[in-house]
Design a protein around this ligand. Structure first.
Ligand SMILES: Cc1cc2nc3c(=O)[nH]c(=O)nc-3n(C[C@H](O)[C@H](O)[C@H](O)COP(=O)(O)O)c2cc1C
Length: 376
C-alpha cells in the first residue's frame, strides 16, 4: 500500500466554526477583542483589521477629566514583555463620547468602554455619563489608586473593589454587562472576583498588568520616570492563564475575558480551554497591528483542527477530569503479533490523504493535541 502526502495547505480545509460568544446580555460574533490601552479607541487599527469582524474594541480607560499621564520615559522593553507607566493619559469622558464613541458607532465597531477613577464617586459619575450611549459593555479598570484610602489600589481590596462595582451598577444603563478588570497583584484573586460578582459584575476581565521595574545600569536609576510600571506581554501569559483557571474553577457560570500575553490563536485557545469566553490582545498589537483579526482567524483554524464546531464548547474544557489510561488487560487468547504498519488493513483511515494533511496541520500548530482516548 502506498501513502500519498499532499503538500500542506496554509488555508484550512473548512472553517465552518461558530465563533459566537456570550458575555452576559452581549452576544459577540467573535471572541477576540483588543485590550484596553493597546488600541486607543480603535481608529488607528482600522487600516489593518476589519474591526466590525472581531468581537470589539476595549477602549483606553477613560477618566472623568482630561489627563496628561506621567512623565517620560514611560515605556521600557523587558524579556518577553514590556513595562509601561503611561498614567491613563486621555481626553476625559465628554470628548471620548463625542469623538471616539461616535466614531466606533459610525463604523459598526462594538465598543467595550473601559472606565477608571480615583474614587468610588468617579466611577459612578463615569457610568452615569455613559448611560444610554452606544456601547456593548463597560469594563471597569479597578487597578487604580484610591485617593480616599492612601492610594490603596481598588483591585487589591475586595471591599473597595465591590464598592466600585456597586456604584457602576447603580448608575449605568440597566442590563448593560459590567466586567471588572482584575489585577494579578493579589494573594487571592478568587476573593476579589467573588466580591465583584456579588456586587453586580456580570463578568471579569483577567488580567491587568503586574507591577515591575527596570533599572538603567548607566544612570543607575529606575528607567521609568514613574519608577515602577505595568508588565505585559508573553512574560505574564502563564500568570494570566492561571488566574483565568482559578476563577473559572471557583465561579464556572461567570463569563471571563482572558488577557495577558496572547499573540496567536493557540495562545487564545489556551485561555478558552482554561475558562475564558473571550480573549483580548494587547501588547502584540504594538509590533503587529493586524493581530486582532489574525488571532481570530488562527483561533478558528485551531478549533477546526481539534474537531470543535464552536467556541462555546471549548470554554473551560481543560477542567474536565483527566482519565487515566486504561490498565493493560491480560489477553486470554494466543499472543497477538502486530503486523508492520504498511501491511495492515485497519489503516484505511490513515491512508486517506486528507487525514495525513490534518495531522501535519496539527503538528504545525504545536502541541496541545486533544487525546480522544483520554476523553472517555
Ligand atoms: C501601553 C499599555 C497601556 C495600557 N493601558 C491600559 C488601560 O488604560 N486600562 C486597562 O485596563 N489596561 C491597560 N493596559 C493593560 C492591558 O489592557 C492588558 O491587560 C495587559 O497589557 C496584559 O495584556 P497583554 O500582555 O496582551 O498586553 C495597558 C497595557 C499597555 C501595554
Amino acid at each position: 500500500m502506498s501513502v500519498t502526502l499532499r503538500p500542506k495547505s496554509r488555508t484550512p480545509r473548512h472553517v465552518d466554526v461558530d465563533m459566537t460568544t456570550t458575555l452576559g446580555s452581549f452576544v459577540a460574533p467573535d471572541p477576540v477583542f483588543t485590550a484596553s490601552g493597546c488600541a486607543a479607541a480603535g481608529r488607528e487599527l482600522a487600516t489593518y483589521n476589519d474591526l466590525s469582524l472581531i468581537g470589539g474594541i476595549v477602549t483606553k480607560s477613560i477618566k472623568l477629566h482630561a489627563t496628561a499621564g506621567r512623565a517620560t520615559p514611560r515605556m521600557a522593553e523587558t524579556p518577553s514583555g514590556m513595562l509601561n507607566s503611561i498614567g491613563l493619559q486621555g481626553p476625559g469622558v465628554d470628548v471620548f463620547i463625542s469623538r471616539d464613541l461616535a466614531w466606533l458607532e459610525e463604523h459598526d465597531v462594538r465598543a467595550v468602554v473601559s472606565i477608571a477613577g480615583t474614587s468610588v464617586e468617579d466611577y459612578g459619575k463615569l457610568a452615569s455619563k455613559l448611560r444610554g450611549k452606544a456601547l456593548s459593555m463597560i469594563e471597569v479598570n479597578i487597578s487604580c489608586p484610591n485617593v480616599e484610602d492612601r492610594g490603596q489600589v481598588f483591585a487589591c481590596d475586595p471591599v473597595a473593589a465591590a464598592d466600585v462595582i456597586t456604584a457602576v451598577r447603580r448608575s449605568s444603563t440597566p442590563g448593560v454587562p459590567i466586567f471588572a478588570k482584575l489585577s494579578p497583584d493579589v494573594t487571592d484573586i478568587v476573593a476579589i472576583a467573588t466580591a465583584c460578582v456579588e456586587a453586580g459584575a456580570t463578568g471579569l476581565s483577567l488580567i491587568n498588568t503586574t507591577l515591575g521595574m527596570v533599572i538603567d545600569t548607566s544612570t543607575m536609576r529606575p528607567l521609568l520616570a514613574g519608577m515602577t510600571g505595568g508588565l505585559s506581554g508573553p512574560a505574564i501569559r502563564p500568570m494570566a492563564l492561571r488566574c483565568v483557571w482559578q476563577v473559572h474553577a471557583a465561579l464556572p457560570d461567570i463569563p471571563l475575558m482572558g488577557v495577558g500575553g496572547i499573540r496567536t490563536g493557540l495562545d487564545a485557545f489556551q485561555f478558552i480551554l482554561a475558562g475564558a469566553s473571550a480573549i483580548q490582545v494587547g501588547t502584540v498589537i504594538f509590533n503587529d497591528p493586524g493581530a486582532p483579526q489574525r488571532v481570530s482567524q488562527e483561533l478558528r483554524e485551531v478549533l477546526v483542527s481539534r474537531g470543535l464546531s464552536n467556541v462555546a464548547e471549548a470554554v473551560g474544557l481543560a477542567h474536565r477530569p483527566r482519565q487515566d489510561p486504561p490498565a493493560p488487560t491480560v489477553s486470554e487468547g494466543p499472543p497477538v503479533t502486530t503486523p508492520p504498519l504498511a501491511d495492515r488493513d485497519d489503516r484505511s483511515d490513515a491512508s486517506n490523504s486528507s487525514d495525513i494533511e490534518a495531522a501535519s496541520f496539527d503538528d504545525d500548530l504545536e502541541v496541545l493535541m486533544f487525546n480522544d482516548a483520554e476523553d472517555a
